[in-house]
Design a binder for this molecule. Structure first.
Ligand code: SF4
Length: 296
């Protein structure tokens, strides 16, 4: 395990003195410990980390399924269950995206109006957490500059083990590699888990969706076209998917999720291919990466 003293001076300065070690990590009567897996690498690594470092902790593993996830996400969850010998509880909203889309008059969600996150991700998760004391484990790394989900209820205590213990990107990759989990299959062309039509995608990720899942891409297109009153709402800021340029990179932005795209890392990912063999990535130099909008 890497401690705070192993961190760079800059990162250490940011966290030492600000954080105290959480009172979590032990079972107390009436308290629950919940780790929400997003289908991404960091939360998967946190599941491994908790199993290895706190084997006696009675952790509940959950995945909030929007109902519109990538096939690779479901595959990765099944792999997590098999490799770690755990059960991941699937949570789902009672009403699906299509129902909510109608409710919002056909206006697709955007980064500034994330009703999808609220209804499809947060609401089922909060319902699952309930009203009793619960520690909610969040996989933000020590080298990330973001706060993540802020609990709005007093009974929920967010815990950030990677921040508290100085776990950075390279540690996450190593944890996944050593556990045999590796990276999710979509990492060669897309940077984050979530709905296949997620508006946070860059153009090269959309091209990745079109290349790897043409039917899902077609469905994403149909959401832009099928409005009763003829209005057109688009997933992309710069025009409908039908106008997505055919030329351009595929998956370049996925590199950003595993570190800024240094030449070595680009090479490593090309070598890794669609299976995203993390051992190749381990050998590459990386820099701090930011994963925007990680789901709970
Ligand atoms: S993954 Fe994207 S589209 Fe899906 S709920 Fe989250 S923000 Fe919305």
């Amino acid at each position: 395990m890497i401690g705070l003293f192993d961190l760079s001076a800059e990162v250490t300065q940011r966290f030492v003195g600000v954080l105290t070690v959480s009172p979590a990590f032990e079972n107390a009567p009436g308290e629950r410990h919940v780790l929400a897996l997003s289908g991404g690498k960091d939360s998967a690594a946190l599941a491994v980390y908790l199993r290895d470092e706190y084997p006696d902790l009675r952790t509940e593993y959950v995945f909030t399924d929007s109902g519109y996830e990538l096939p690779e996400t479901y595959e990765y969850l099944a792999r997590i269950e098999a490799v770690l010998d755990i059960r991941v509880m699937r949570l789902k909203s009672r009403r699906n995206f299509d129902w909510w889309l109608k409710y919002y008059g056909g206006v697709l969600p955007t980064p500034t109006s994330r009703w999808c996150t609220r209804h499809l991700k947060l609401a089922p998760y909060l319902a699952y957490l309930g009203d009793g004391p619960v520690f909610s484990y969040v996989a933000i790394r020590a080298d990330e500059d973001r706060e993540g989900y802020r609990a709005t209820r007093e009974n929920i205590s967010p815990v950030h083990p990677f921040v508290e213990h100085g776990i950075v990107f390279q540690d996450v990759i190593r944890i996944l590699e050593e556990s045999g989990l590796g990276l999710p299959g979509y990492y060669s062309w897309r940077q984050r888990s979530g709905c296949y039509f997620c508006f946070f995608q860059t153009d090269d990720e959309w091209r990745g969706l079109r290349q790897h899942h043409p039917r899902l891409f077609a469905r994403a297109c149909s959401y832009e076209e099928n409005h009763d009153d003829g209005r057109l709402f688009t997933w992309r800021e710069n025009g409908p998917l039908s106008e997505l340029p055919t030329t351009g990179d595929v998956g370049k932005s996925a590199l950003a999720a595993v570190g800024r795209p240094t030449r070595k890392l680009s090479w490593a990912l090309r070598e890794a291919g669609s299976v995203a063999d993390s051992s190749a990535i381990l050998k590459a130099e990386t820099e701090e990466a930011d994963e925007p909008g990680t789901e709970p």
